[in-house]
Design a binder for this molecule. Structure first.
Ligand SMILES: [Zn+2]
Length: 232
């Protein structure tokens, strides 16, 4: 039980989502002395248009890329759940798995994908966001939710706050002015996704997005989230 205690736990559907959504904030939190851990749900092995690459090889590559990005950001631990890409579902098993990791790491803050983007949104993102919200409240909190976990010594845990990236309804702007370059460096680790000639346009898009998110703030660059406080 409670082998490892984190302040902030990021739950990412695929390798690279957390870098797009939150790497600037992760770098700042680590600088501030916070312990950040990553849970990566799938290997992202379907994320290619290259018909020559085998999915099992791509999963290995992407997990290595994710570990490199996490190391660069100073993330304390990365857990790969090893689910198959594009197969996540809102099941009792997946919810319990997320509850287990919330209870093991015991973070104050969870960070994941907003499940409520309308229309086109990767199903793994939608499902992960929904399952994390449900896992945090009430399942991680209540000892009677999973008596077997309780008996294993995996104690209930109350998460205080959830930050959702890629939200259509942002209400929280995280200052990444000093860590934007680190975010780019972490993203560059995902060579199979952003490699080669793509990067300059990705960088430009991210910078524009970060400037837009900081428009009404007293700092220059932000990551935008929908922030949910759990008061109960
Ligand atoms: Zn993704």
């Amino acid at each position: 039980m409670a082998a490892n205690i984190a302040d902030i736990m990021i739950i990412s559907p695929h390798p690279d989502d957390s870098e797009f959504g939150a790497a600037g904030s992760v770098a700042r939190w680590v600088k501030e002395g916070k312990k950040v851990v990553y849970i990566i749900c799938t290997g992202g092995e379907k994320g290619t248009s290259d018909t020559a690459v085998k999915p099992e090889d791509l999963a290995k590559i992407r997990m290595k890329e994710q570990q490199a990005a996490a190391d660069l950001l100073g993330v304390k631990e990365v857990v790969f759940l090893g689910h198959e890409d594009q197969t996540l579902e809102d099941t009792a098993e997946f919810r319990k798995e997320i509850v287990r990791w919330i209870r093991i790491f015991r973070p104050e803050i969870l960070v994941t994908a907003d499940p409520y983007r309308r229309y086109i949104w990767h199903r793994d993102h939608r499902i992960t966001g929904q399952v994390v919200l449900d896992a945090a409240f009430p399942y991680a909190r209540d000892h009677l939710s999973y008596p077997d976990l309780y008996e294993e010594g995996i104690m209930p845990h109350k998460v205080k706050e959830i930050l959702l990236w890629a939200s259509e309804d942002p209400n929280y702007y995280s200052d990444i002015t000093a860590t934007f370059e680190t975010k780019l460096a972490a993203l560059r680790c995902h060579e199979s996704q952003v490699g080669g000639h793509h990067f300059p346009s990705i960088e430009q898009w991210l910078r524009q997005r970060a400037e837009d998110a900081a428009r009404d703030q007293d700092f220059a660059l932000a990551e935008a989230f929908h922030r949910v406080e759990i008061l109960w």
